[in-house]
Design a protein around this ligand. Structure first.
Ligand SMILES: *Cc1c(COP(=O)(O)O)cnc(C)c1O
Length: 428
């Protein structure tokens, strides 16, 4: 599969049926797997042989789909998780422990921000947030002796900032730690962070990968490039014996290519159990089969809607990395010449009231706490996800009260624009 182009991988990577086997990935709806002898099963528990014994750790349906996502990202191993939150938690916690420190871009998804700054803090893991626009010198200042990972989002949800992956990767590697990139918004169809130096890639597959708003899920892909053993003192979990697996040393036994995902599966999935259901993995794969066909349309619709909004007198500012005047236009051109995604954010001149009125008038675009699926949807953070905040607090957080995030679906762009136009014209 490696030699094929990404469009072909979307359709066929990860699963090759044998003679007379199902053409579509079968849903292995089974909690457990049968063995002829205890000795056979024992080999699995010793990680001497790979195989399945209990779906809390691994399931064949999931593994086919994870292999496809790994192929799309150009990684060596992958795994599915129950959600994007679980993917980011596992990716970080696989190499961090009490006393560790993370350097993270401050422009990230709110759920991930809470995960790192509140919940992981309770585990004794500290974080320093840096601007996605930080210079190399500013980045340098964020690292500590106990830093174990650098984290960022390729296109941030909801701020739509673009991460300078090469710069962040260089800084991470200069300090002997990996760069983890959440690549949910562009998807590997538009950007493959590993090609720019990222070591681990995560996804909320709930978004474009599923693409139909039908299954919550996540994924982690390892580039297989980070040399854990070269920094063994920083990563004892990978480079020292695991007493819960008869003293296995992951980085030795599974090498750079397999250590990270094997450890995340055999320790974290075993202990936390955040597995994706095989049924959801099947649905996710249906989405992946058309990801390369859908993404260009999301980008095209996003671009058309962003350009339309730019010309409206009611609109103060539009953020979309594909717009010539956007702060991130140059970075987006470098990393995503085919475009990023279909999410656009814009600020209404009339603030909260104007945003509310405008959205009430929309007929095609539905009001939802969701992004990145086939149907266009929108959200005004000030009156929904962030409604406990005052206008002043909202401004300080970079979310003006009149901000609307619109996720452009796969409808006809002329219909989307007509919908926005009639909503503007219907405002009192
Ligand atoms: C939605 C999202 C997440 C969280 O994913 P869930 O599947 O909702 O748990 C993480 N990162 C980004 C960039 C997201 O958009």
């Amino acid at each position: 599969m490696e030699d094929y182009r990404i469009n072909t991988k979307c359709v066929q990577a990860g699963y090759r049926p044998g003679n007379g086997e199902p053409r579509q990935i079968p849903i292995i709806q089974s909690t457990t797997f049968k063995y002829d002898t205890s000795e056979d099963m024992g080999k699995l528990f010793d990680l001497e042989e790979s195989g399945y014994f209990y779906t809390r750790l691994q399931n064949p349906t999931n593994d086919h789909v994870a292999a496809k996502i790994a192929a799309l990202e150009g990684g060596t191993a992958g795994m599915l998780t129950s959600s994007g939150q679980a993917a980011n938690f596992f990716a970080l916690f696989n190499i961090c422990e009490c006393g560790s420190h993370i350097v993270s871009s401050s422009s990230i998804y709110g759920g991930t921000f809470n995960l790192i700054s509140v919940t992981m803090a309770k585990m004794g893991i500290e974080v320093t947030f840096v601007s996605p626009d930080a210079s190399r010198e500013e980045l340098e200042g964020a690292f500590r002796e106990n830093t174990r990972a650098v984290f960022g989002e390729s296109i941030a949800n909801p701020a739509l900032t673009v991460l300078d992956i090469e710069k962040f990767a260089e800084a991470a590697h200069a300090h002997g730690v990996p760069l983890i990139v959440d690549n949910t918004f562009p998807t590997p169809v538009n950007l493959r962070p590993i090609e720019w130096g990222a070591d681990i890639v995560t996804h909320s597959t709930t978004k474009y990968m599923d693409g139909h708003g039908s299954a919550v899920g996540g994924a982690i892909v390892d580039s297989g490039k980070f040399d854990w053993m070269a920094h063994a003192e920083k990563f004892p979990g990978l480079c020292q014996p695991d007493e819960s697996y008869h003293g296995i040393i992951y980085a030795e036994k599974f090498g750079k290519e397999g250590a990270f995902i094997t450890k995340a599966t055999s320790q974290l999935m075993r202990d936390f159990g955040s597995i994706q259901s095989p049924q959801n993995a099947f649905l996710l794969n249906l989405g992946l089969e058309s990801l390369h066909v859908r993404m260009p349309r999301h980008v095209e619709n996003g671009q058309a809607v962003a350009e339309f909004l730019e010309g409206r007198p009611e609109v103060k500012e539009v953020s979309f990395p594909g717009l010539k005047g956007d702060r991130y236009y140059d970075l987006a051109q470098k990393y995503m010449p085919k475009g990023g995604c279909g999410v656009v954010s814009f600020e209404m001149k009339g603030g909260r009231r104007a945003a509310e009125q405008f959205m009430k008038g929309l007929k095609l675009a539905a009001i939802e706490t969701h992004v990145a699926d086939a149907r266009t949807c929108c959200l005004n953070p000030a009156t929904s996800t962030h409604r406990q905040m005052t206008d002043e607090q909202l401004l300080a957080a970079g979310i003006p009260a009149g901000l609307i995030r619109i996720s452009c679906g796969l409808e006809d762009k002329e219909d989307l624009i007509a919908d926005l136009k009639q909503a503007f014209e219907g405002m009192e």
